[in-house]
Design a protein around this ligand. Sequence first.
Ligand code: BT5
Length: 255
Amino acid sequence: MIGMFKEKRIKKSLSDTVFGRNIVYMHVCDSTNELAKREVEMPHGTVFIADEQTNGKGRLGRTWESQKKSGIYMSVLIKDDIPLRDISQLTLVAGVAVCRALGYDTKIKWPNDVVIGTRKVCGILTERTGDAVICGIGINVNTKEFPPHLSDIATSLFIESGEKHDRDYICALVLNEFEILYNQFKDGGFAEIYGQYFDLCVTLGHDVVAFRDGEEITGFACGISLEGGLIIDTEDGEVTVSSGEVSVRGMYGYI
Ligand code: BT5
């Protein structure tokens, strides 16, 4: 019953969207991305949401801290023909959608960290399973404090504003924005979103180090390619790295 109630609350604020028309809600699950993989037969646009994840996943085998009822943990099942090479761009599209939905001067640390100031408020993990793509979005909404290892890099809407926010409403706002941008992306490719992404990306103009297969690429983040890669100006010339393969840190801090 509680699940039904939650579903209705989210749907109340949804535009006439495909994303979220079908919602699978659980109090707790291992990871909404894993849940979506198991339920991949569900229709396009199904959204999997949990109040808590026991094994929330980040990129490259990392962990996503998913405290009970304080954040949004959701995954959108996308069953369109997205060319393999374009899948990583979905992460960037979702990042812009989250910024538009949250407001709060949110920006993006390339590729998938939505930040407020220098701290991360949201992370996005896009994965492929068979012909389907799963876009997982984690947002720290009412989190009061983080474990020590995250206290310098993580923030929440509550920490930023001192106010509790309605997670269901924010969920709906994100899905509304994501669907608008996703349709533009599907019709015209990443070029449609490029300008917005560029304006939001705080990595540009900073010295960065990218880690790729144990190799360090150091230089100045000078641009975003039309495919969504980060262009780094190194001593040996420009190198473009793509989001699936690297982790990037600022040389003088997290950004
Ligand atoms: C991400 O990975 O940022 C992707 C996170 C995606 C989470 C969503 S929740 C719904 C769906 N189901 C899942 O299982 N996952 C998705 P990455 O760029 O690798 O960042 C991970 C790093 O962010 C960690 O190593 C920590 O340093 C930091 N981190 C972990 N939990 C955090 C949190 N709650 N808030 C801010 N930073 C966090």
